[in-house]
Design a protein around this ligand. Structure first.
Ligand code: GLN
Ligand code: ZN
Length: 770
């Protein structure tokens, strides 16, 4: 029988049970024990789903209460010393301290997991980090699975990927830690073998990167050193082609290799040829990153020759962990049946694997009905008139070559913008959202469920907007926002209003910790039937003489945070989105809005993993942004916002976006990023985030002034803005008020210092004009 498995399974629960349990625990409503119990229930349920669908093993070790890299930090005993753990804390309290920060210590940095929208916590290492294996929790889970009668495949983040994802302050000496790290891995592997685990999957998504020779050598060293210390090893590469690393991976002393056959179908045969004659090839043939039902004929055409060559050494799997897709299409009871037939979520993907396995084992007749259903759904999708909109295609086809250019260069625009709107030096602003209280969420839910009619809902949101405007005025912020109370999510909100895009009801995917997103599904040509934000923005502007910033999500981010159609190039879909956002920006401008922020937090995560493909992506992504922003007049100020990533290596592309102001995440890295902007001579305005909005702590005035000091040392004050790292929607009101009050005060302190330095008001004017 063909062996079937998945690299990982969604852990948040089909009804987001883990999210709600976590949040209740953080609010002090349930004990840690109760939270652990929820975790256990979810694991058991998810393993049962895997077994019921015919998986040969259940995957153990993919569960995490907050993040699987954080679980690894705990497993390897390398929590940063700054947290001062004594060793008698519970593992969960330790993890939550690192994930969320403590009154004394900021949280670990958080960043994107490869090219996904999942965030992991960055391990902090130093040259003298010691690792101590602590596999007890993992072994407990192995015990749970075995107790439930399941064969187990354990999964660990592999040592190279762990090191690669880690951060070391100062010179990069991470690889020097490899040897001691491997000792800890060997301990863990030994204990897994003792517990009777037959297979362990070593996740090494770094294999999809173009690694330097040092890292490739380290990879070989690592797996030679781990050889023989535990269960059989399945080395798992995913998220892209292994490229040059493929032959290296095939030579390592492991018992199997997992290949992402969705992103790199060409590598299946190469791997089959290069692997030793007793090694397993796990073909990740069902897409773990997207929601489309697979074409069984195309997949079988690839698998049949492999099966002939490898026989039982061919395993079937999804391309990567199913963490990145929603849990169960079965929940989508009110989804349009036509569209529903085109889709497949985690549970359905297990079934797809089962069907493929059966066909390989027993021929097509064994699954005739399932194959027929899949074929007819695919044929329907190809033919459907809902996919194609001629008007949109036409508009993209005849797009003017200059459509991505503002009328004048930055300097001239800045002068026009200053003439239109006088702002103080170091203007203060926020990134857009204000606290999304339980009340707001309840109102939105009531409205959606038809319990709150349109008139009341609107009035409610207007009251909320008015409150946010009054608060910002009283705090003394310079550029206001309406607070985004009408938005559940910055991408979904637009997805709901665009044609060609579908919103599911329970299609939740974990983003970080307890936070989940419900990515829209772009299934057809995209267009904007009506303005999407103008009403709320102009309402807010009507309440105040201060400028209100319009808030849009950029085309690259909408693309990146959606499930994108797989029947046309991503660039084409992105251009369609760009035109829709461009029209919205123009409508805002027409309605008198002078500052428009087009958020692109996902700009960087769209980068292909292989560096050699970066330029092509950056080119079209920056162009799409410019098309979205390029329609407005010179005196309309375009902001953009990016967060949670490293930007150092894409600064030219960020500059090429040509936004008038960029606000970026910098506080967790203590303004390190800003040095890169300074060295690069980033030409336009910058608002480096002066406080971390993802941690429940109020930053002090001193802390923020210190960051601003660093900022003015490298960016001329005339181009500097003062703002938090990101939107405030996850914060509470008291935190928000206190933090913004301190922020405005810090800006004031800084202005006074600058004033004192330059010695006179005219001095500061000169500084500002720089
Ligand atoms: N404008 C959005 C907000 O403030 C930006 C969110 C983000 O960058 N992720 O919520
Ligand atoms: Zn952000």
């Amino acid at each position: 029988m063909t062996m079937l498995h998945v690299p990982g399974y969604p852990r948040i629960g089909v009804r987001r049970e883990l999210k709600f349990a976590l949040e209740r625990h953080w609010r002090g409503e349930i004990t840690e024990q109760a939270l652990e119990e929820t975790g256990r229930e979810l694991r058991l349920r998810h393993w049962a789903q895997q077994r019921d669908a015919g998986m040969s093993f259940v995957t153990v070790g993919d569960f995490a209460f907050y993040d699987h890299v954080l679980e690894m930090i705990d497993l390897l005993g390398c929590a940063p010393a700054r947290f001062g753990f004594r060793g008698d804390e519970s593992p969960l309290s330790r993890q939550f301290a690192m994930a969320r920060g403590t009154p004394a210590q900021p949280a670990l940095e958080m960043t994107k997991w490869f090219d996904t929208n999942y965030h992991y916590l960055v391990p902090e290492l130093s040259p003298d980090t010691a690792f101590t294996a602590g596999p007890e929790r993992l072994l407990e889970q192995v015990g749970e699975a075995r107790g439930a009668g399941h064969p187990v495949k354990a999964v660990l983040v592999g040592p190279l990927t762990f090191l690669w994802l880690s951060k070391m302050r100062g010179p990069d000496r991470r690889l020097e830690l490899l040897e001691t790290l491997l000792d800890a891995y060997r301990d863990v592997l030994g204990r897994l073998a003792e517990a009777g685990v037959a297979w362990v999957q070593m996740d090494e998504p770094v294999l999809a990167l173009e690694l330097t020779e040092a890292w490739r050598t380290a990879l070989a060293t690592a797996y030679r050193a781990l050889h023989g210390s535990g269960p059989k090893m399945l080395l798992a590469g995913y998220f892209g082609a292994l490229g040059e690393n493929l032959s290296l991976a095939c030579m390592l002393p492991v018992q199997g290799l997992h290949v992402d056959a969705v992103r790199a179908p060409q590598e299946l045969l190469r791997a089959a040829q290069a692997l030793p004659s007793d090694a397993v090839l796990s073909a990740g043939i069902i897409d773990g990153r997207n929601v489309w039902r697979a074409d069984p004929d195309a997949v079988l055409a690839q698998l049949v020759p492999l099966r002939e060559r490898l026989d039982q050494r061919l395993w079937l799997s999804t391309s990567c962990s199913l963490l990145h897709v929603p849990h169960d299409l079965g929940q989508e009871t009110d989804l349009d049946p036509e569209l529903r037939g085109w889709l497949s979520f985690a549970r359905q993907k297990l079934d797809e694997l089962r069907v493929l396995g059966r066909v390989l084992d027993a021929g097509e007749s064994a699954e005739a009905d399932a194959l027929k259903a899949a074929r007819s759904a695919l044929a329907a999708r190809r033919r459907s008139p809902r996919v194609c909109n001629e008007r949109v295609r036409q508009r993209v086809a005849v797009l003017d070559a200059g459509a991505d250019r503002r009328t004048s260069p930055y300097g001239a625009r800045q002068a026009a913008q200053r003439a239109r709107l006088e702002l103080p030096c170091l203007p203060t602003t926020t990134i857009g959202s204000f606290p999304q209280t339980r009340e707001i969420r309840a109102a939105r839910a009531d409205h959606r469920a038809g319990r709150l009619n349109q008139v009341y809902y609107r009035a409610y949101l207007q009251t909320e907007i008015a409150r946010v405007i009054r608060l910002q005025e009283s705090l003394g912020l310079d550029v206001l926002v309406h607070g985004e109370p009408e938005r559940n999510d910055m991408v979904q909100y637009f997805g709901e209003q665009l044609d060609g895009v579908l919103i599911t009801r329970h299609g939740w995917v974990q983003s970080y910790g307890s936070r989940c997103v419900n990515p829209p599904v772009i299934y057809g040509d995209v267009s904007r039937p009506a303005p999407m934000t103008v009403d709320w923005t102009t309402y807010a502007q009507g309440l105040t003489p201060r400028p209100v910033k319009g808030m849009l999500t950029g085309p690259v981010t909408i693309l990146q945070w959606s499930f994108v159609r797989d029947d046309q190039p991503r660039t084409e879909t992105c251009l369609q989105l760009a035109l829709a956002i461009r029209d919205e920006a123009l409508d805002l401008e027409r309605a008198g809005i002078g500052i428009i922020q087009i958020d692109e937090p996902a700009f960087r995560e769209g980068l292909p993993l292989a560096r050699s493909h970066w330029d092509a992506y950056l080119d079209w992504a920056a162009r799409c942004f410019r098309i979205a922003a390029g329609g407005v007049r010179d005196d309309t100020r375009i902001h953009t916002h990016m967060c949670y990533s490293e930007f150092n290596d894409i600064l030219p592309a960020i500059a090429a976006m040509d936004a008038d102001v960029i606000t970026i995440e910098t506080s967790r890295s203590h303004m390190e990023l800003l040095n890169a902007f300074a060295e690069f001579h980033y030409p336009n305005g910058i608002g480096p985030g002066v406080y971390d909005v993802h941690a429940p702590r109020v930053p002090s005035v001193e802390e923020m002034t210190a960051l601003l000091e660093k900022a003015v040392a490298v960016v001329s004050p005339g181009r500097l803005w003062v703002n938090p790292d990101c939107g405030l929607k996850t914060r509470t009101w008291p935190e928000t008020r206190a933090a913004l009050e301190n922020m405005v005060y810090a800006a004031q302190v800084m202005r006074e210092r600058l004033n004192a330095e330059t010695g006179s008001a005219s001095g500061i004017r000169e500084a500002v004009m720089k």
